[in-house]
Design a protein around this ligand. Structure first.
Ligand code: TXA
Ligand code: MG
Length: 326
């Protein structure tokens, strides 16, 4: 295994050109740097370096069967490592750079570290839109494997301070590029017999994707290997109660819409206007904030299951799901 010096201090750097070059050099020589994308912050390593990718798993305490997304600049770079079908090509043309991840067969000539795919014969690829992520990719000159920059099972970080909370002392550099605009991870599409399957609901809604791809099949366990779809994920320390119609004493409230429930305790509103895009941007940040109040339970008002609401409800259901061992 790769032996990097144990990182004592983590440096939180404003994402200036100099800091980006430094993070790129670190990644090129096998180190780890966290960086902003338009969805959530990622924990990046050189995707061609088996040892560096292995460090990602160790740093996050991520199970080795759960493969990583490889970030690259665009279609040209992606085509060198995976095989595109026609629908995948159209989706990449429509949504890249942006929050869409495609799971496609690895080319036989593919030089990605085996660990990125966790032993599967496919790889997940995405071209991020965030200017800091793009500058980092350009400066590094290698594809960057990057899961969300949280400890495995925790809430994904949507600002640099959240990354510090999750991985402070375990990563050398965190590039601070402000708050993430989407706030939810990328939408993941895979293929079964050439037909597109929605593997993870995310920052691009089902209907937007379907305008390009035609009807998406929903992910059915067993039909395709999607090892990362754990039932419990994004878990706060507090328990969660979904579709709340009232708030009990000692509960925190995560409200949605213009008529929040009456509550005595801490409360935040995902979107007073009832706007799902705004709610998506706020979701992980507000979950973290409410969790910090020490409330034993977070009551969550219903969120409509349309558009981005589908992805929001997916994250809420996982956050509310019993943890392993409970
Ligand atoms: O928005 C995002 O996608 C963020 C930012 C940093 O780009 N990244 C992210 O990575 O959410 P992560 O590791 O938290 O989630 C990656 C998901 C996991 O559910 C994993 O199982 C799935 O992608 N995945 C990766 N490669 C796969 C493959 N070959 N087949 C099926 N699923 C795959
Ligand atoms: Mg994640």
């Amino acid at each position: 295994m790769h032996s990097l010096p144990r990182r004592s201090g983590t440096r939180l750097l404003a994402a200036t050109p100099d800091a980006i070059s430094e993070a790129a050099a670190l990644i090129r020589r096998g180190g780890l740097a966290a960086f902003p994308t338009e969805t959530v912050y990622g924990l990046g390593a050189n995707a061609l370096d088996e040892g560096a990718v292995s460090e990602i798993f160790a740093t996050k305490a991520r199970p080795k069967f759960n493969p990583l997304i490889v970030h690259l600049l665009g279609l040209l770079e992606a085509e060198q490592i995976v095989e595109f079908n026609e629908t995948a090509m159209q989706l990449a043309e429509a949504f890249w750079p942006g929050p869409l991840t495609l799971v496609l067969p690895r080319r036989t000539s593919c030089t990605l570290a085996q660990l990125t795919s966790a032993g599967l014969d496919t790889a997940a690829v995405r071209a991020p839109a965030h200017p800091v992520a793009r500058s980092l990719l350009e400066a590094a000159g290698v594809p960057i494997a990057a899961p969300s920059a949280n400890r495995s099972g925790n809430i994904s970080p949507t600002c640099a301070k959240d990354v510090m909370e999750e991985l402070g002392g375990r990563v050398e550099i965190i590039l601070d590029g402000g708050a993430c605009s989407a706030g939810l991870e990328s939408t993941i599409i895979g293929f079964v017999d050439g037909a597109p399957v929605l593997l993870r609901k995310g920052a691009i809604s089902r209907s937007e994707i379907e305008k390009i791809s035609g009807p998406l099949r929903s992910y059915a366990r067993g039909e395709i290997t999607a090892p990362g779809m754990m039932r419990s994920h994004y878990a706060p320390s507090a328990k969660m109660r979904l579709n709340a119609r009232q708030v009990e004493e000692n509960e925190a409230l995560l409200a949605f819409g213009p008529e929040p429930l009456a509550s005595m305790g801490p409360s935040l509103n995902l979107s007073v206007k009832g706007d799902l895009k705004e709610a998506a941007t706020n979701l992980f940040r507000m979950l973290r904030q409410l969790d910090k109040t020490g409330a034993h339970m977070i009551a969550v008002m219903p969120v409509p299951d349309t558009g981005l609401g589908e992805a929001i409800n997916d994250r809420l259901a996982r956050a509310a799901s019993p943890r392993d061992g409970e």
